[in-house]
Write a protein that binds this ligand. Structure first.
Ligand code: ASP
Length: 717
């Protein structure tokens, strides 16, 4: 009887976790050997895809800031997304030369413009360093001390590695919380220049309306070039630098792909949470996603309102609004996904199965019986204090003037704790630059009108929290006051504070720290009190985080015994491989979405408002001037394509390759139903979106007349 029950439990567990086999599709390079690549559709040898001892396609992949790109010529030419280059193009634009709206094309190399601040990274090698990172943690019982040791060990390893690997930059990535750590060695390219970006009406056709949406008609691509010093080593921007010669660059296949064709992506996906426990899912669904999307919507609304009255602020807010809207829409998509899939309940169900499995095996029970219950208790606590913690998570990012005061207060506390004048002067020397950098970063976002409004909103929210979540300092500030009194008091706090004048703070940072720290300023006082309260909660969070770190390591151990396999770690901005097929799907009841969109569809959408087109695009369409790039079946020029790959943020700009490893598209987004795939991937709703290489080539050739790029890509058109 017992045996039968056990067998049944294992069998059900197998069924339940089976779907996970496909959901873990962001493979590490070290996992490639476990996939039958030939069987799934790859027509080149796996060693041509990844060769740790030689050159392979992997060497053509480059991390472009928070995005991905790929080398497409032996002169350091990189293709990535328009939206990945956006802020760098904005930085070289002004009202006379608005490259954002009209696009940018460098006539020759000398004409290329610096993408200031953009750093590209190439994975040079990697190594498992778990035992070194965890060395000594086994005998530590205090969870906070254990975390400290992990970060101290990691710091030392990285320091040593950086010393021994001149020219490389080393980083340790946590692959499974508290359990597996990999050291990555990266080659950095610090001189990156803008070669070509299409006009915004092509690169971001349909703007926010079409973001996270399929069908899509956006030419979301851009070309950059990496430069190095003449001796081949990475160097800061200099006119003496020369184009970087990548070990490998991708070949372009101008014929593109067709529906059902095998495709794959190599790139740097940012973050997924699939291996987190059910309590984490519950917290995200019930609190975090709602809180953030509501807050961001409120901010966008307020910024738009202010922007209507003030052209300067309208421009200043443009890219902030773009980024807030991108996240808010993504989070709403995720919330819809949680509901549609019933994800949190499913996750709890899976965890119950895992728990029953642990209980059924005495040796596992002895080791892991307490793991899941304790994780749940900790997440219950996190959930209980969600309103307060989320409020603290965002108060400083929405209110940069208050955040400046809070930063000054942090430095003040550290400074005043020092005993001797010598220590103080040393501290000042070490931190002056840091303090100024923080000030300048905040200063760029200063706007008194918005800040007053958002702080009032945050107060209003906090005053509604239940007794367990009350923000003490907000209570004290508001004591005995009605809503309009509170509003007046906030206004007064901001009119009187010196922090609204960053230039004066700047002078004080240079000249007089004693004066800076002893200012009689209500905003500084409020920030200081808020910091104390926050530090107290941070300590509690750290204890929980420390405990969860160890528990999660055990959770992953138990889960791998249960599933009898080692599963693929969540995305963490490290290089991954994912494969699948070009495929349409049914996102909603009674709707079927095709796998390709066309120029005809792009023209149809035009309304002169949300969808604007360049005249040349319309003229070329009317003349059916598609070069040799027409899709035979569609009898039109393909614009974007859809595929069932496993991608996330950070995969933006990743090359989409065909079975021969040739470039046929550039990944840039996911369909709305796929936004949930950060928590759970499923073939029925997960679809990623790329721009078809035929559209890229057509825009280069016909719209931009960028023959030099076409020649460099070695494509005959
Ligand atoms: N559009 C996304 C990004 O910006 C890509 C994605 O999340 O799929 O990274």
């Amino acid at each position: 009887m017992k045996k039968i029950r056990l067998f049944t439990a294992v069998f059900f567990a197998f069924l339940l976790f089976q779907s996970h086999k496909t959901d873990e599709g962001m493979f590490l390079l070290s996992d490639l050997k476990n996939i039958n690549l030939k069987k799934v559709g790859l027509k080149i040898k796996p060693i041509e895809l990844y060769n740790p001892k030689g050159v392979s396609l992997v060497d053509a992949i480059v991390r472009v800031g928070g995005c991905t790109g790929s080398f497409v010529s032996n002169e350091g030419l990189i293709v990535t997304n328009h939206h990945c280059a956006f802020s760098f193009v904005a930085a070289i634009s002004d009202t006379i030369n608005n490259y954002i709206s009209k696009g940018f094309l460098a006539k020759n190399k000398a004409d290329e413009r610096q993408a200031k601040g953009l750093v590209c990274k190439i994975t040079a090698s990697y190594e498992d360093v778990s035992s070194k990172v965890l060395n000594g943690t086994q005998i530590i019982s205090n969870s906070v001390d254990r975390l400290k040791l992990i970060s101290e060990n990691s710091r030392k390893i990285v320091e040593e590695e950086n010393k021994n690997n001149a020219g490389l930059s080393c980083e340790i990535s946590e692959m499974f919380v508290g359990r597996n750590y990999t050291l990555f060695r990266y080659k950095l390219l610090k001189d990156v220049r803008i070669v070509y970006v299409p006009a915004r009406s092509i690169g971001e056709y349909g703007g926010e309306l079409d973001n996270w949406v399929w069908p899509r008609h956006s030419g979301d691509f851009a070309f950059l070039r990496a430069y190095v010093s003449p001796d081949g080593t990475a160097a800061e921007f200099s006119m003496n630098n020369v184009p970087y010669k990548p070990a490998k660059f991708l070949k372009i296949n101008k014929a593109g792909v067709s529906e059902n064709d095998f495709v794959f992506v190599l790139g740097y996906p940012g973050r997924t949470f699939r291996h987190r426990p059910a309590g984490f899912f519950k917290y995200h669904e019930q609190y975090m996603l709602k809180y953030v999307s509501n807050l961001f919507d409120w901010e966008i609304n307020e910024m738009e309102k202010i922007g209507k009255e003030n052209k300067f602020l309208e421009i200043k807010y443009a890219s902030q609004i773009k980024s807030l809207a991108n996240t808010a829409k993504n989070y709403k998509g995720k919330l819809q996904g949680f509901k549609r899939v019933g994800l949190t309940a499913k996750k709890f169900e899976e965890e119950n199965q895992l728990e029953s499995f642990i209980k059924s095996k005495p040796e596992l029970n002895e080791k892991y019986a307490a793991v899941i219950p304790r994780i749940n208790t900790l997440y219950d606590e996190i959930t209980k204090f969600a309103p307060r913690n989320l409020w603290f998570d965002y108060i400083y990012s929405v209110a940069p003037i208050l955040a400046t005061a809070a930063t000054i207060d942090n430095f003040k506390v550290a400074f005043q704790n020092l005993k001797t004048e010598e220590e103080k002067s040393d501290f000042k020397k070490r931190n002056q630059k840091k303090l100024k950098e923080t000030l300048y970063a905040f200063k760029a976002k200063y706007d008194l009108t918005f800040e007053r409004a958002v702080v009032k909103k945050m107060f209003e929210d906090a005053l509604k929290f239940n007794s367990e979540n009350k923000i003490k300092e907000v209570q004290i500030f508001s004591e005995g006051l009605n809503e309009s009194d509170i509003s007046r008091k906030i206004d007064a706090m901001y009119s009187l504070t010196l922090f609204k004048s960053p230039d004066e703070i700047d002078v004080l940072i240079d000249t007089d720290w004693n004066k800076l720290f002893s200012m009689n300023d209500l905003l500084l006082y409020f920030a200081s009190q808020l910091n104390k309260e926050l530090n107290f909660y941070d300590d509690e969070d750290r204890k929980r985080e420390g405990e969860l770190n160890l528990l999660m390591a055990k959770y992953a151990d138990a889960k791998s015994v249960f599933m009898q396999t080692n599963f693929v770690p969540d995305a963490n901005s490290t290089l991954r491989f994912t494969y699948g097929y070009v495929k349409g799907y049914s996102p909603n009841d009674a709707i079927y979405n095709n796998a390709f969109t066309t120029l005809g569809g792009m023209i149809e959408k035009e309304d002169g408002k949300d969808y604007e087109l360049l005249d040349i695009v319309k003229e070329l369409y009317l003349a059916r001037d598609f070069s040799t790039l027409i899709h035979p079946k569609l009898n039109d020029l393909p614009v974007d394509l859809l595929y069932n790959l496993d991608t996330t943020g950070g995969n933006s700009g990743s090359p989409v390759m065909n079975s021969k490893g040739e470039l046929i598209g550039v990944n840039f987004d996911r369909a709305y139903t796929a936004t949930i795939n950060d928590y759970a991937w499923n073939e029925s709703y997960s679809r990623s979106v790329g721009v078809d290489i035929r559209f890229v080539l057509w825009v280069l050739k016909k719209v931009a007349k960028a023959d030099s790029i076409i020649n460099e890509l070695k494509v005959e058109l």
